[in-house]
Design a protein around this ligand. Structure first.
Ligand SMILES: [Fe+2]
Length: 166
């Protein structure tokens, strides 16, 4: 069993078109390794790229998940981006994870930390002994995520980094 975390659609800035080459490469890898996709997981809603979770769900049938606070981001985006048709109940994903939630990935136990700061909905997936911390913290020479997106908070990011490191 495997999880796909933070898959994205390819985006052509000049034409505004999206494509699925990267997502299809993930599917090819899954097939070549004989894996079964158990989860498709987003760590946070992205203001700067597009999730391929929905596309991969269509191709694999695996459930999708994201942090429960995504509904607050959707309410922000609905207004900021003038998207009156955007549903703001998180129903685009199958599961909305809250801090402390547990789930299984095959034989491995996984749990969720709420890690706001980069976005107000960011979460960390702790799967076995690995923590998938998305943009919260980069390599030592690269620092931390930006916190200037709508709903971002440098103060919250600092607290989340302390929580992840602990
Ligand atoms: Fe991000």
């Amino acid at each position: 069993s495997c999880a796909i975390i933070d898959p994205v659609l390819d985006y052509d800035e000049k034409s505004g078109a999206t494509s699925t080459a990267s997502a299809d490469a993930l599917l090819s890898h899954v097939a070549a390794q004989g894996l079964t996709v158990a989860w498709i997981l987003d760590t946070h809603p992205h203001a700067d790229h597009f999730s391929a979770a929905h596309y991969l769900k269509q191709r694999t049938g695996a459930p999708t998940g994201i942090g429960a606070h995504v509904v607050e981001v959707q309410k922000l985006w609905k207004k900021l981006y003038n998207c009156p048709a955007l549903l703001t109940d998180g129903s685009q994903w199958d599961r909305l994870f809250s801090h402390g939630d547990h789930f299984r990935l095959g034989s491995i136990d996984a749990h969720v930390l709420f890690s706001p700061g980069h976005t107000l909905a960011s979460i960390t997936y702790v799967i076995g002994d690995a923590a998938f911390i998305h943009d919260t913290l980069f390599m030592p020479d690269s620092g931390s995520a930006r916190a200037d997106f709508p709903g971002g908070s440098a103060t919250a990011l600092w607290a989340s980094i302390q929580d992840i490191l602990a």
